[in-house]
Design a protein around this ligand. Structure first.
Ligand SMILES: [Mg+2]
Ligand SMILES: [Zn+2]
Length: 197
């Protein structure tokens, strides 16, 4: 893909899935008391902060369309997660969520693996999508990175389907922990920056 539009003023970002990647996946959490950080996740994101790279959480919340939780409940869960992360020294620069579920609300461009949330984040925060990393426990979290010319990294969890791991092994990367995914991004950045010049 062309990098002609890439500008030095655009920053790489760390796009990270929420459920099953930063916090335990409790399936449609609607109560802040359900929020549990995955071991090592906060430390990994603190390293991203230390590197000056924005942390952007990107999460599918189809349970809102399906009536399993309200937008207000989603907000309380988001706030709890951000406060636990803040207590661990992590700044979350932005969070985007897709509240849709196609059979109920029709097609949308934001539900992952759609690119809508990433494009919106890039426009609102001056992010370079091709120098960003796309991390999650599902192929749908990683595929956008492949499509946007960035670095896609799957961190499988107990609920990750085998086919998602196979897709990521073929087209992207698979590592054991969030920390390994951010390290891969740090290692890739200087080379990506060279390409810009
Ligand atoms: Mg997930
Ligand atoms: Zn959507």
């Amino acid at each position: 893909m062309t990098r002609a539009m890439t500008s030095d003023s655009l920053r790489p970002a760390c796009f990270v899935d929420r459920d099953g990647t930063i916090m335990a996946d409790t399936h449609y959490p609607s109560d802040p008391a359900q929020v549990r950080l995955i071991a090592g996740a906060a430390q990994a994101l603190a390293e991203v902060n230390a590197r000056g790279i924005p942390v952007v959480i990107v999460t599918n919340q189809g349970g809102i369309a399906r009536g399993y939780l309200t937008e207000a409940q989603y907000e309380t869960v988001r706030a709890r997660l951000e406060s636990l992360l803040a207590a661990a020294g992590v700044t979350v620069h932005a969070t985007y969520h897709c509240p849709h579920w196609e059979p109920i609300t029709g097609p949308c461009d934001c539900r992952k693996p759609g690119l809508g949330m990433y494009r919106r984040a890039a426009a609102e925060h001056g992010l370079d999508l091709a120098r960003s990393v796309y991390i999650g426990d599902r192929w749908r979290d990683v595929k956008p990175g492949v499509e946007l010319g960035g670095l896609g990294v799957l961190v499988p969890g107990p609920d990750t389907p085998d086919d998602d791991v196979a897709q990521a092994r073929t087209h992207a990367h698979v590592v054991p922990a969030l920390h390994d995914a951010v390290s891969l991004h740090f290692a890739a950045l200087p080379r990506a920056i060279d390409h810009v010049g």
